[in-house]
Design a protein around this ligand. Structure first.
Ligand code: MG
Length: 353
């Protein structure tokens, strides 16, 4: 699969001239930069710290600890079924805060834009960022815009840094996972990686794939308020998919994660695409699906809490933690045989987030 520049991701749906594209002047810090920021960025984000255009955002925290995370987004193509680079840039960072047990509050937004990107495309992406931030109740409080010459980026790259506050005790983490704990996945797996691949390679699959790109802060809040003492670890299953998270957890706690294939939710679309492309859904990336390890006594409570939130209404218990065995992660296949699940060594699909 090609990882080269994808011109179609930059194709503007209306005819354009140079004045309607980002130019190098937009990145030079002078009047064109100010106009770009005022007209295209500030008009969409309302926070006093951003609109004052100061050198740093000054934030009031409620005391105690905060969580901070950062992520860069280079997905190709920029738009794909179920999402776009803007949504990913917000939900990706929000989800990393949420699964750490923090309530996402503030985001920085850094744009690295390739000269020639149509302003209509930039506007669509900024609209998507604004809508996603509003959905997560996070404010964009600081940012940066750079423009690089044609060929030095692929349309646009985005970095977001997020800060969240702890309003409830966070999970103890994967080292606290014990034998007998239950493993939960918050919804059907594998759709994001496959939907980006299908969009990039222009595969018209039937039924069509849709990325699971979604925020998880609401689901984590429900989960922790229902059973915070019983939740050992939470992680969003992004690059490397479900398999990567479980291998990391096994390494942390020294136990085996034993899955049951019949219990893992996989949509018909993902199953079909995986069979066609020879990809195992256990390794395909998700952008709105998380894995949770909980005390087995609280599994029903945790499932009920997750299922009460639209983004995680298909949560399912997919396995159990057992004494360290032949492999860090195993799966009982549909025919009843138990097999090791290999650790992903690299990404099957580059540039999916
Ligand atoms: Mg993560």
């Amino acid at each position: 699969m090609s990882d080269s520049i994808q011109p179609r991701s930059m194709v503007c749906p209306v005819s354009i001239d140079d004045q309607q594209c980002v130019t190098l002047a937009h990145g030079e810090g002078a009047r064109a930069t100010r106009e770009l920021i005022r007209q295209h960025v500030l008009s969409r984000f309302d926070h006093p710290s951003l609109s004052s255009l100061g050198d740093a955002a000054v934030l009031s925290v409620s005391g105690g600890r905060v969580a901070m995370t950062t992520d860069s987004f280079v997905v190709s193509p920029l738009f794909f079924p179920g999402g776009d680079i803007g949504k990913l840039a917000v939900y990706g960072t929000v989800n990393d805060l949420a699964v750490s047990g923090a309530v996402p509050k503030w985001l920085s937004l850094s744009l690295i834009v390739e000269e020639g990107l149509p302003l209509t495309i930039l506007d669509q992406i900024l609209d998507s960022i604004a809508a996603a931030a509003a959905r997560c109740d996070v404010s964009v409080v600081t940012g940066d815009t750079k423009v690089v010459p044609r060929g030095a980026a692929d349309g646009i790259f985005i970095n977001t840094t997020g800060i969240g506050e702890f309003e409830i005790n966070p999970p103890a983490g994967p080292a606290s996972i014990r034998c007998g704990d239950a493993l939960i996945v918050s919804g059907p797996i594998g759709s994001h990686g496959l939907s980006v691949l299908a969009a990039r390679e222009e595969l018209f699959l039937e039924p069509p794939l849709q990325s699971d790109s979604a925020p998880l802060h609401g689901a984590v809040a429900e989960l922790l308020s229902a059973a915070s003492d019983s939740v050992r670890a939470v992680r969003d299953a992004t690059r490397g998919g479900l398999s990567a998270v479980l291998h990391e957890w096994s390494a942390e706690c020294g136990l085996t994660m034993a899955l049951r294939e019949s219990q893992i939710p996989i949509s018909q679309e993902v199953r079909g695409a995986c069979e066609l492309l020879g990809i195992d859904p256990l390794y395909s990336a998700n952008e709105g699906t998380m894995v949770v390890a909980v005390d087995s006594l609280a599994v029903e409570e945790c499932l009920a809490a997750l299922r009460s939130v639209p983004e995680t209404c298909e949560a399912a218990c997919i396995g159990v933690v057992v004494e360290s065995g032949t492999a860090p992660v195993t799966i009982e296949r549909l025919l009843g045989t138990r097999q090791p699940v290999d650790e992903p060594t690299g990404s099957q699909l580059p540039r999916i987030c």
